[in-house]
Every structure is written in structure tokens, then in C-alpha cells.
Design a binder for this molecule. Structure first.
Ligand code: ATP
Ligand code: MG
Length: 363
């Protein structure tokens, strides 16, 4: 039961792709592939996050171009594995989000990928557009990973939290009894990445070292934390429309040391996580991190300091390495689509019911 999952998240860092096997009693992650975006592609994608000239054309061309990158990731996985393309049941490809507007009236979420072209380029069945059906059913279309987290990481006797620190941070709660829960709690790496790029030319702050060299500006932090999104009750999801340097700018005096702002942005990510944990899951003792932010040592150290008495580990400890959880989730969501099984969790997204997600492009 081979599936390929492809995730390219809001960080715009690149493509995570996995080849997995769902046969047998346990799931196995067989091969992985990461392809970083180059600067022109990242800039073009970032440019489509706002209104701009001839954007329909630019979006269509970029979807085609991205499909070429996704096909390359598929090719590399096949090369590594030696598995025949005909044995892959389907490729689940999230696509690249350029707009996420899940409001109740006229909601939509747009992920760039040309599923038809990807099917042509790979000769495989492709599943894309996972979010639209949930939004059509009244949901946020996000987060979609909690159902997979539940399948893989739930424990019979221990309430666990899975915290994915990607561009945005999302939390999944896996209680012993009662329903799975989850929501986007705020920016993960997105603001830190943007500030770091602007002031150092680096796409991210490796290990949070630059942030660590600065000091948290508490009035700025409190000001940012006053933003209404953070106190909004779930279900909720967010993206680049809400959190960007344009969001940060009006809160700055202009004379702050740049490393102090970086330190404050890192603390914002830490605080939005710890506040969510304290507010909604105060009794939980086991937290598992995934996503690129899980490699940010400064961030993890501060999280541990702010959440004493909790065990914080990477999802590696539960059998899936932190970098690949989201891509595995889209392989799983593709399987759900192919098997006409539900992919969303209405309690998480706010949809009126369970739905089979995705648009299928047969091989
Ligand atoms: N060693 C590291 N130190 C600090 N930050 C890191 C490190 N490795 C990765 N990151 C951060 O992780 C980001 C990429 O994370 P990831 O790919 O999980 O996010 P994403 O693409 O937005 O995914 P998703 O939307 O699926 O959560 C990078 O942009 C960077 O900010
Ligand atoms: Mg990524």
C-alpha cells in the first residue's frame, strides 16, 4: 500500500516528500526527500500572497512550474526506493498555499499545484485540493493533520499534545477519552524567518542563535499578544494574510535593536504555544514537537522553561521524525480520499460533518 505525500508549507522553505507504506499492522516511512526552493520561486510565491497585477496568469504559470518541482521530488523517491511507479497507489500533494480565507461566507483557500499536470508528469494518481471540501462544509479547511496525528500518536492511557511548528504553529490534542481537538495557535517560524531575512539575509535563524543574542522586549511582546486572534476560541486557523512584517511594523518604535526584535518574535511563538497549553490543556504532561521549529534549540529551551513539569520531546520518540510528519499526513489523507474515507475532523475544523477530502486526478 505505497503512497507518496508531499507537503510545502507556509514557511516557503521548500518541498518535503515521503514514500510510505500503509500495509501491515504499522505504518512505515520508507524514504524521504527535501527540495529547497530557490530564491526566484520563493519570491514569486510570496508575491502571490497579496493582490497584484495579472495574478491569475502568474498563479497558473507558477502552478505548472511547481508541479515540475513536485514531480522531481516524486522521481527522487522512486529512485531511492527502486519501487515501480505502478505500485504507488496515489500521490497526495498539498500544494503551496497563497491565500487562506476560510470565513463562513464565501470562504476559500488556494493551494497552487496543477494536479492534472502532476498526474501527467508522474504517471500516477494524484490527489490535491484537500481544504476546499471542508470549507464548503462550513469548516476552516485547517488544520487537517490532527486526524493523522490521532491515528499515529494517540495513547490509550496518556493525554498527548502534538505541536507542529511550521510557518504557523498548530496544536493537536489527543485525549485518552473524548474527541481529538486542534487549532492554529499563531505564527510559528514565519515572522522570525521574515525578520531574519530582512536584517541578516539568511532565510532563517539557525538554532535561534541570533534571537538568543538579543533580549525580549516585553512591552512589544505584550502589545503583540494583545492581537485578537490569540484570544479567539477554537476552531481557528490562520496564515500569511494575518501574520507578516506588515502586521509587526505598526507595533515597532523603530529604534529597537534588530536582534531584540528577533528574540521577541521567538518569544511570541513560545508564548502563543504555552498560553494555549495552559488555557486549554493545563493537565497534559506529554508534548511532542514536529516541524522545522522543533530544531530551533533556543525555542525549545524557552518552551521547556515556560512549561515546567511537562515532558517535551520530538515526534521521533513516537516513531516519525519531526521533519516528515506533515508530508506523511498528506500521504494518509490521499489514502483516505482514495478509500472514500473521511479526512477532516469536524470538531477541529468546525465543518458540519466528516467529509472525504481532495480532488482526484487518476493516473
Ligand atoms: N535548525 C533550525 N533552527 C531554527 N529553525 C529551523 C531549523 N530548521 C528548520 N527551521 C525552521 O523551520 C522552517 C521550516 O519548517 P517547516 O518546513 O516545518 O514549515 P512549513 O514549510 O511551513 O510546514 P507546515 O506548513 O507543514 O507546517 C524554516 O523556515 C525555519 O524557520
Ligand atoms: Mg516546509
Amino acid at each position: 500500500m505505497y503512497y507518496i505525500g508531499i507537503m510545502s508549507g507556509t514557511s516557503l522553505d521548500g518541498i518535503d516528500a515521503v514514500l510510505v507504506d500503509f500495509s501491515g499492522p504499522s505504518f512505515s516511512l520508507l524514504h524521504t526527500c527535501y527540495i529547497p526552493y530557490d530564491q526566484p520561486l520563493r519570491a514569486a510565491l510570496l508575491g502571490l500572497n497579496q493582490a497584484g497585477e495579472n495574478e491569475l496568469h502568474r498563479a497558473a504559470i507558477l502552478s505548472n512550474q511547481l508541479s515540475g518541482w513536485y514531480a522531481q521530488a516524486v522521481g527522487r523517491l522512486l529512485e531511492k526506493s527502486g519501487i515501480d511507479p505502478g505500485e504507488i497507489i496515489a500521490v497526495g500533494c498539498h500544494g503551496q498555499t497563497i491565500r487562506h480565507c476560510p470565513q463562513p461566507e464565501n470562504g476559500y483557500s488556494i493551494q497552487l499545484v496543477n494536479g492534472a499536470l502532476l498526474a501527467e508528469l508522474t504517471g500516477m494518481t494524484v490527489v490535491t485540493d484537500f481544504r476546499s471540501r471542508d470549507i464548503a462544509a462550513g469548516g476552516q479547511g485547517a488544520p487537517l493533520v490532527p486526524a493523522f496525528h490521532h491515528e499515529m500518536f494517540a495513547h490509550r492511557d496518556i493525554h498527548r499534545l502534538i505541536i507542529n511548528i511550521g510557518g504557523i504553529t498548530n496544536i493537536t490534542s489527543l485525549p485518552v477519552s473524548g474527541g481529538v481537538n486542534g487549532f492554529d495557535c499563531g505564527p510559528g517560524n514565519m515572522l522570525m524567518d521574515a525578520w531574519c531575512l530582512k536584517h541578516t539575509g539568511m532565510t532563517y535563524d539557525h538554532n535561534g542563535s541570533w534571537a538568543e543574542s538579543g533580549r525580549v522586549i516585553n512591552p512589544l511582546l505584550e502589545n503583540l499578544l494583545n492581537f485578537p486572534y490569540f484570544s479567539l476560541p477554537p476552531p481557528k486557523s490562520t496564515g500569511r494574510e494575518m501574520f507578516s512584517l506588515d502586521w509587526l511594523q505598526p507595533c515597532l518604535r523603530g529604534d529597537e535593536a534588530t536582534q531584540d526584535v528577533q528574540s521577541t518574535l521567538l518569544q511570541l511563538t513560545v508564548r502563543t504555544i504555552t498560553d494555549s497549553v495552559e488555557t486549554y490543556y493545563p493537565a497534559v504532561r506529554e508534548l511532542y514537537l514536529c516541524g522545522g521549529g522543533a530544531h530551533n534549540g533556543t525555542l525549545v529551551t524557552r518552551l521547556q522553561q515556560q512549561l515546567p513539569g511537562r515532558r517535551i520531546n520530538l515526534t521521533d520518540a513516537l516513531g516519525i521524525e519531526a521533519d516528515w510528519v506533515e508530508a506523511c499526513a498528506f500521504a494518509w489523507l490521499a489514502r483516505q480520499s482514495i478509500e472514500r474515507a473521511p479526512g477532516n475532523l469536524p470538531a477541529v475544523t468546525g465543518a458540519t460533518g466528516s467529509r472525504t477530502l481532495g480532488a482526484i486526478y487518476p493516473a
